[in-house]
Design a binder for this molecule. Structure first.
Ligand SMILES: Nc1nc2c(ncn2[C@@H]2O[C@H](COP(=O)(O)OP(=O)(O)O)[C@@H](O)[C@H]2O)c(=O)[nH]1
Ligand SMILES: [Mg+2]
Length: 634
């Protein structure tokens, strides 16, 4: 394994954890401020937990036998001294395989039987149903046992052709597949639908997740892979082989699943060793490979710099044997360099950018908060200094002025109570648009539209309805939130202008991402239905599965929209309520203090000393806040 890669992943992981610690410190800091902002403390705890659990997902996508598994072995697992995942001739992995590391669970290979495809449950759901999975303990100290257990990934079983057709694993009408039918009416199908490998490899422990997929031909592909897993991967490595070039099915996978649907992708032209030829000069061989790389770039419509030429097999062998010239010749280094210096940094920047923006906005508010509290205390101190040695009348005057201010403030706060009542009612209305009940109703409606019509037409209609219903509700919720925001801003401005409270900024509730997601799902559905390969009626099981995948994705989008709206409602109202209450308390305390001073002029100096202590404590909090802000920016 290259030093770059291991180092970069380890650094990334370390910085990620440091950032999480700084955020947790900030949450503690906020908690100390009179327990103000419980909502924000929670949100920060969530962000920190998200950072600690964040995974960098790299997916390998291609037709069968292009060498994905071999490349994964070469990139990540060569230090085992042998092939970890089965990728030797004639023994390729048959199911999508997720490699990750979870410290809390023992190293395990978990396999989901292929029969589960007959059910309507999505993969995401099945992942939460442990009974459905076959588990095999892995022993990291024993490479033989390990490789032996992982051989299970290549298992196939025979299945009656009728069943295989229903599960979308075989198509009798496809001439190229017909020879697979045996005399007894069975065909060979993959034994497993999905595999999860929890393995304590340093790169995986540092937060890398590798996804190995078998061919993504229309038949047999898992909808969730194409609808969410692959598009959400941080990098997709698409493989081709020099001996086959860009075939029609390669191109189809590229266009349908990689090119437009993933953020970061590169193409790898594998098996360059097949072009190595002792009868040609190195320069000739090199020129031949270069020509093929250029041609590949042209066909895939990619810049040439995004096409890598490697020999996964030679890279693996070279690393195992410590053959440096062969390793260099295999071209693997440029791919490692890409992962280490582009994929990982771009993920890191994205993550930090998102987190940084949200947290630094909160820190700015905290700064303003501390500044205001320092100002209040020093105002009071100045006033008391001025009163010291003066007569009672002056103090009484000051108290009267303060009393008036408090009355005016109480009036504003009273008005605000009405605003708040109205907001609460509107908030409930807003949430009812996005409630679980609303969701169930929409999903039931869409499902009813599908019943008895498990055809591509039924599917399009149903998804159109589902996406339309959800979008309408999300739109309605956004509209209500905008109205509320307008009213709130007015109210906050009054507190700011008339009573000197800090300006309170409430962000807009932006749900457009979820509407876009629904639109994208609809586009996917329409593309799926237009695809001639999916037009046949006997594909109803495939449609059923595709539908389950879509419904699951739509449900996720809707749930997230609801969570965002709930959080927005709390952020819009709660912190402000706390500040309004706090200001009232502050006025009360000041009035009481003046009253006490009026009753006994001797307490004035005691109060002044107390305020000085308060200011000192605030300064220390401010310094701690700046330390945290510094750690976040580092
Ligand atoms: N000559 C050669 N064969 C390779 C190379 N990479 C993989 N293979 C072979 O190609 C076949 C398929 O590889 P595998 O990794 O299982 O492909 P996958 O289906 O894409 O995962 C296996 O027999 C590998 O040994 C390579 O760089 N050169
Ligand atoms: Mg494979």
């Amino acid at each position: 394994m290259s030093v770059h890669l291991e180092q970069e992943v380890a650094d990334f992981s370390e910085r990620r954890l440091r950032l999480a610690t700084a955020i947790t410190d900030y949450a503690d800091w906020l908690d100390r401020q009179h327990g103000i902002d419980a909502e924000r403390t929670l949100r920060l705890t969530d962000i920190a937990a998200g950072l600690r659990q964040d995974r960098l997902v790299v997916a390998f996508v291609a037709e069968f036998s292009r060498g994905k598994t071999e490349l994964i072995n070469a990139l990540f697992f060569a230090d085992h001294g042998q092939r970890l995942l089965p990728s030797d001739a004639g023994r390729t992995t048959m199911c999508p395989t997720e490699l990750y590391s979870e410290a809390d669970a023992p190293p395990t290979l978990a396999l989901l039987p292929i029969e589960t495809r007959a059910r309507g449950d999505s993969l995401a759901r099945l992942k939460h149903m442990p009974v459905e999975w076959v588990r095999i303990a892995l022993d990291p100290a024993d490479p033989r046992q390990l490789a032996g257990s992982l051989k299970k990934l290549t298992e196939t079983r025979s299945m009656p052709a009728v069943e295989a057709i229903e599960l979308g694993l075989w198509n009798g009408e496809d001439e190229t597949l017909r020879h697979e039918l045996r005399a007894d009416g069975t065909v060979q199908v993959p034994a497993w639908r999905y595999a999860m490998v929890n393995y304590p490899h340093p790169l995986l422990q540092a937060g890398l997740t590798v996804l190995d997929t078998p061919g993504l031909n229309a038949l047999g592909a898992e909808p969730e892979l194409t609808l969410s897993v692959i598009p959400n991967a941080h990098a997709v490595i698409f493989l081709l082989a020099t001996d086959t070039g860009v075939t029609r099915s390669d191109l189809e996978i590229w266009q349908k699943h990689v090119h437009r649907h993933t953020n970061y992708h590169v193409a790898v032209l594998n098996k360059i060793d097949m072009q190595w030829d002792d009868l040609k000069t190195d320069a000739e061989v090199q020129a031949g490979i270069e020509r093929q790389a250029e041609e590949t770039a042209r066909v895939l419509k990619l810049p040439r710099s995004r096409v890598f030429t490697v020999s996964a097999q030679k890279a693996l062998a070279a690393k195992i044997r410590g053959d440096e010239p062969l390793r260099l010749r295999s071209g693997i280094e440029s791919l490692e360099y890409l992962l280490a210096h582009q994929v990982i940094p771009s993920r890191r920047d994205m993550l930090y950018h998102a987190v940084g923006r949200e947290v630094s906005a909160l820190i700015d508010e905290s700064r303003a908060d501390v500044a205001m509290r320092v100002k209040r205390s020093s105002d009071e101190l100045i006033q008391l200094t001025q009163l010291s040695g003066k007569n009672r009348d002056l103090i009484a005057q000051t108290r009267t002025a303060l009393q008036q201010e408090k009355e005016s403030y109480d009036a504003t706060a009273g008005q605000f109570r009405l605003t708040r009542k109205m907001m609460q009612a509107q908030g409930e209305h807003l949430l009812s648009n996005l409630s679980q009940d609303a969701l169930t109703e929409i999903l039931d409606g869409a499902r009813a539209a599908m019943e008895g019509s498990w055809t591509t037409r039924g599917l399009t209609q149903s998804i159109r309805q589902l996406s339309g219903d959800m979008s309408a509700r999300i739109q309605q919720a956004s509209q209500l939130a905008d109205n509320m925001l307008g009213a709130l801003e007015q109210a906050y401005l009054r507190f700011h202008r008339q009573h000197g409270l800090p300006k309170m900024q409430v962000p807009r509730l932006d749900l457009s991402a979820y509407r876009n997601r629904l639109k994208a799902l609809l586009d996917e559905t329409e593309a799926f239905c237009r695809d001639p390969a999916n037009l046949m009626l006997e594909k109803r099981f495939m449609i059923r599965r595709f539908y389950a995948g879509l419904a699951e994705e739509a449900r996720k989008a809707f749930d997230l929209a609801r969570t965002d709206a709930e959080r927005w409602l709390r952020i819009a109202l709660d912190p402000v309520m706390t500040r309004i209450r706090e200001h009232k308390q502050y006025l009360d305390t000041r009035l009481n203090n003046l009253q006490r001073i009026l009753e006994n002029m001797g307490t004035l100096h005691g109060r002044m000393a107390q305020i000085k202590d308060e200011i000192g404590a605030l300064r220390r909090e401010k310094a701690e806040l700046e330390r945290i802000a510094g750690a976040l920016a580092a």
